[in-house]
Design a protein around this ligand. Structure first.
Ligand code: TYD
Length: 412
């Protein structure tokens, strides 16, 4: 079985659900294709966002089987330098606040990818253990000396690991939203975490998704889109407490949430302040989501209009970055090789392949700067706008332009 439909909310089990945004039938956003497989029929699945009108969790209910989604994976943390920098600081901050004075501490990471974050903890002298379901990626981490259990975290696996390993810190970055059974996840965390330990995780922030129209971050891997309010409910249900939250710039706007078993840490005032802010923003109102959906349809129209205009001006347009989110955007807006010649990306595993759905070739980043003014780089990796613009300074000096797609198309 590759796909199933759910009919109740992932946090509160309510069946009071409303369709908010329909992005159509889409291939998996990371399912890049080899040249010899281009003629094969691609698997496509509905990509639709639903709102639970009871606890206001925004979520996918069309679920692609995780074995199929994550067993082989092309996303490598280490391919994006800004994330590596983010992780360096992340490990350093956690170490100084929570680990420095501990005896022989262990950090466990759920969804540890190629071990980029654990590598940083290891450098600081802590013991580390990764849990990563993608076989190819867990192997990369193990080869780099980061002990990594190649498995999906289930209660059974957690029990096995916890016999010899209890962590003082558990980290989970950008993985919380990937997990269908959040209640089981919390049971695993409870088992693997020492009583005085902390659970730190980063999730893309729902308010950023709505405010900046980051609709392309919606894809089959991302099952839930969290506000702090919805996370609080999940934590409380599992006898955990959120004691701090810090906003981060990565992935278009993320929150780093600090949780612990109840009554271990005094919650900072900011936690409740942010929940109040969310309520004032309208996070618990259906109209907020309806407006978001209308704005996304408008954005699609204006993007196509802009690309047509650039083509008329005889510009050479190519994609910059082949992130999963880029594929969602291209498929939803039906932007194919008619507009984009090719896409450049730094990930070796993606180079030489074709994008799912639109079949645009992915190439290494090599830009003919001398052609400058004729070229427009469609910035699909818009979350790295600052870093990429800095890096491609010469391209812009020669008259090349970037087209940033969200929250509205703009040439920079
Ligand atoms: P990312 O936004 O991290 O993830 P997602 O796939 O979840 O949407 O992906 C960014 C992509 O952009 C990744 O394939 C690497 C690529 N990239 C570049 O090509 N050049 C760069 O300078 C950076 C920062 C990323």
């Amino acid at each position: 079985m590759k796909f199933y439909k759910k009919n109740k909310c992932r946090i509160c089990s309510s069946q009071n659900l409303e369709l908010i945004l329909d992005l159509g039938e889409q291939p998996l956003a990371n399912a890049f294709i080899k040249k010899e497989d281009l003629e094969k029929v691609e698997n496509k699945f509905p990509l639709r966002l639903f709102l639970c009108k009871n606890c206001f969790l925004l979520q996918l209910l069309d679920i692609v089987d995780k074995e199929f989604l994550f067993k082989q994976y092309l996303y490598l943390t280490s391919a994006s330098k800004p994330i590596v920098t983010h992780f360096k600081k992340y490990a350093c901050d956690i170490y100084h606040e929570f680990l420095m004075k501990k005896d022989n501490p262990l950090v466990i990471e759920i969804g540890s990818n190629d071990g980029s974050l654990l590598q940083e903890f290891k450098k600081l002298g802590t013991n580390v253990l990764g849990i990563e379901p993608a076989k190819n990626i867990a192997k990369i981490a193990n080869d780099l000396g980061i002990p990594t259990e190649n498995a999906f975290l289930t209660y059974k696996i957690a029990k096995k690991i916890s016999i010899d390993n209890k962590a003082i810190v558990i980290v989970a970055n950008n993985v919380f939203g990937h997990i269908d059974d959040l209640q089981e996840l919390m049971k695993c965390v409870k088992l693997l975490l020492k009583d005085e330990g902390i659970f730190v995780f980063e999730v893309p922030y729902l308010l950023d998704l709505i405010q900046k129209l980051e609709f392309d971050t919606v894809y089959h891997e991302h099952l839930s889109y969290f506000s702090l309010g919805s996370l609080k409910k999940l934590m409380t249900d599992n006898e955990f407490e959120i004691f701090n939250v810090k906003k981060q710039k990565v992935h278009g706007g993320t929150i780093r949430v600090f949780a612990a078993k109840k009554n271990n840490f005094k919650p900072r005032k900011y936690v409740e302040e942010l929940i109040d802010y969310e309520e004032k923003f309208g996070i618990n109102k259906l109209e907020t989501y309806k407006k978001f959906s209308d704005d996304v349809s408008r954005l699609k129209k204006s993007l196509i209009k802009e690309l047509k205009k650039l083509k008329k001006e005889k510009k050479i347009i190519f994609g910059y970055g082949a992130p999963a989110k880029g594929n969602v955007l291209l498929n939803y807006c039906n932007i194919g090789t008619k507009f984009l010649d090719h896409i450049v990306d730094t990930t070796p595993l993606k180079q030489g392949l074709y994008t799912p759905g639109m079949h645009i070739p992915v190439k290494p980043v090599k830009i003919l700067v001398e052609k400058g003014s004729q070229q427009v780089a469609f910035l699909l990796a818009w979350n790295y706008e600052k870093e990429i613009l800095e890096k491609e300074n010469q391209f812009r000096k020669n008259g090349g332009r970037f087209l940033v797609p969200i929250p509205f198309p703009r040439l920079v």
